[in-house]
Design a protein around this ligand. Structure first.
Ligand code: DGT
Ligand code: CA
Ligand code: CA
Ligand code: ZN
Length: 582
């Protein structure tokens, strides 16, 4: 286990102890210990192996033993027993906004509440308001939090669903009875938010595949199990459906269960117009519903289905009935951008503001990934909660980036950091003056503290887009998926301003954002606006967001030419300068 995983366990132990009403000092010791581990700059394994936990400030003997056990065995019986001793409903209640361990303990002790359902009932009966330290207001806040959770409990961010689905898909692929397999549904279409995970498998032995599927690790319960299909609930709360078909039916089942429903309907209509019938079992020469093998058109893969219907292939990301049927029929589908086309990210943070890593670590990691450039765009001073830089520190950072780049160049590496800022869009101006912005390679302008009216927010973003020093707008809607709606803004007007001034728009590839939304990119590129797929990275691992963001860009019909950060470094530099009229 690495330090992050160990720190997470320590934090959870602290919370569980608090739920049990343990001595607050004990609880705090775990929280402090977690913080110490998170701040370590070398691998925890090394520190443990060399016995250097001993004497480390903030790590007492009890903690040291537990950390050692976790690092060396990957498990901790103490933690497992503690977890088992607490009703799961109490832990679930902690997931409600504004409900912490102390409140949960009190609700449990005084009202016997042990689940979200019983908490809701207690609120509705007015019992919570009557409790010491709660009151009417906090009772109605709890009810709101429960409603909010219900609304989102069955929807999941793409990245969470992918992390669950990929190991299962790998396992299926390795099973001897599996001929072909794929994810399907909204996950295969790379939707930003997913209801459930779908798998389609072809096999001659469905029973063996089903048995293997329901025995996968991290399954909380089996919801349904039949001869050719099964549904499970994963421990993460995500449902996963599996269908097993014959290899002959596989392309049709895959296309059908990939959807979307709207795309399927359009496909079926297209088939009918050709005198055919399309369903999940096949494509049939028939004018009515059938599964008659004698009438079957053989299609070895999905491409063949589209071809037989007189169309070009439609990539799964585009199957949303957003114009793909007409484009495929005219054989004018765009060549979509691929994540391997991306050469770097132009909006990222370092430990100079609220990021985790140093400039050196970032440069080393990103060049190892094979990227060509990486812009450091830390926050500006108005984002004080994110440790935003003032002009003095920004100029120091410009020098520090220069130093790292000299090292990189000395080592003969084909990689550069770019200087930059994510400058706050304030009410009447940007957070930095134009002459300072002009010293930077890359300027991203973002609205972090929106006003309450659409007119104001639109005006502020148009102002930013019109500034010649600004290369691009960051996360233009400000939404946080499943957490916070976009602020009020007229994005059409913002897109127009970007088109008028040659300002680019970011596709923020953080799985919490995917902002600008994929549904708006066709409109933006039609007006000539370019996209930048940015990680908004706050730690090294976030470089992986490039792959996620590229999938969303594909949903927006973007080609390599639409995306600025597919350019090699020298061309990118020219474009950055050209944007400023140089
Ligand atoms: P989700 O799970 O809500 O994120 O969205 P999907 O698209 O994955 O939907 P899901 O899991 O209910 O079903 C998977 C696919 O199966 C769906 O995209 C299209 C197909 N499908 C399901 N029900 C219907 C239906 O009633 N009519 C048609 N034409 N297709 C359906
Ligand atoms: Ca689904
Ligand atoms: Ca499903
Ligand atoms: Zn930001």
């Amino acid at each position: 286990m690495d330090k992050e995983a160990v720190a997470a366990v320590l934090l959870e132990i602290g919370t569980l102890l608090e739920l049990k009403g343990e001595n607050p000092f004990k609880t705090r010791a775990y929280q402090n210990g977690a913080r110490v581990l998170e701040g370590l700059s070398e691998p925890l394994e090394t520190i443990v192996a060399e016995g250097r936990l001993e004497g480390m400030a903030g790590i007492g003997e009890a903690l040291r033993e537990k950390i050692t056990t976790l690092v060396t065995t990957g498990r901790l019986p103490y933690y497992e027993e503690l977890k088992a001793s607490i009703p799961p409903g109490l832990v679930e209640m902690l997931g409600l906004q504004g409900v912490g361990p102390k409140k949960v303990k009190k609700l449990h002790d005084e009202l016997g509440v042990d689940s979200i359902e019983s908490l809701e009932a207690a609120c509705q009966a007015g019992k919570v308001a009557a409790l010491d330290g709660f009151g009417e207001k906090s009772q109605s806040k709890i009810l709101e939090a429960i409603a909010f959770r219900r609304q989102f409990a069955s929807r999941h961010r793409l990245v969470d669903a992918l992390n669950e689905a990929e190991p299962i898909l790998e396992a299926l692929r390795g099973h001897p009875d599996v001929t072909r397999c794929s994810t399907a549904g909204s996950l295969r279409r790379w939707k930003e938010v997913i209801g459930d995970i779908d798998f389609v498998v072809s096999s001659r032995n469905p029973a063996a595949v089903i048995a293997f599927f329901v025995a996968q690790p991290r399954i909380a319960s089996v919801l349904a199990q039949g001869e050719t299909k099964a549904s499970v609930l994963l421990e993460s709360g995500i449902q996963a459906d599996l269908r097993v078909v014959s290899d002959r039916e596989y392309p049709f089942a895959l296309a059908y269960f990939t959807g979307s429903k709207e795309h399927n309907i359009a496909m079926r209509q297209r088939a009918i117009a050709e005198g055919l019938r399309l369903n999940e079992y096949g494509l049939f020469r028939s004018h009515e519903e059938t599964r008659d093998p004698a009438l079957r058109e053989e299609c070895p893969d999905e491409e063949a289905i589209y071809r037989r219907l007189g169309m070009g292939y439609v990539e799964p990301e585009l199957r949303e009935d957003h114009g793909e049927m007409a484009a495929a029929a005219a054989d004018s589908m765009p060549r979509l951008v691929q994540w391997t086309d991306l050469k770097g990210s132009l909006h990222n943070h370092s430990n100079w503001s609220d990021g985790r890593n140093s400039l050196e670590e970032i440069a080393e990691h990103m060049q190892e990934l094979g990227l060509s450039y990486w812009a450091i765009t830390d926050h500006s001073r108005a984002s004080f909660q994110a440790n935003g830089l003032d002009p003095k520190r920004l100029r120091e950072q410009i020098r520090a980036v220069g130093q790292v780049n000299r090292q990189v160049a000395d080592e003969g590496m084909d990689f550069r950091l770019l200087t930059g800022t994510e400058v706050d869009v304030l009410k009447e101006s940007l957070d930095f003056p134009d002459d300072l912005l002009a010293e930077l390679d890359v300027v991203v302008a973002s609205l972090h503290v929106p006003g309450s009216s659409e007119a104001e927010n639109t005006r502020r973003l148009v102002m930013a887009a019109s500034n010649p020093q600004v290369h691009m707008l960051g996360h233009p809607s400000g939404r946080l998926l499943l957490e916070r709606d976009a602020y009020k803004v007229n994005l059409d007007a913002v897109i127009d301003a970007c088109a008028a001034h040659g300002t680019w728009i970011e596709l923020n590839a953080s799985p919490y954002r995917f902002d600008l939304d994929w549904r708006l990119w066709q409109r933006a590129t039609a007006k000539g606006v370019k996209c930048v797929i940015n990680c908004d990275a706050h730690r090294l691992e976030h470089a992986g967001f490039l792959r996620l963001g590229a999938g969303i860009a594909r949903k927006g019909w973007l080609t390599k030419r639409d995306v600025v950060n597919t350019l090699p470094l020298e061309t990118l530099r020219r474009e950055l300068a050209r944007k400023r009229g140089k």
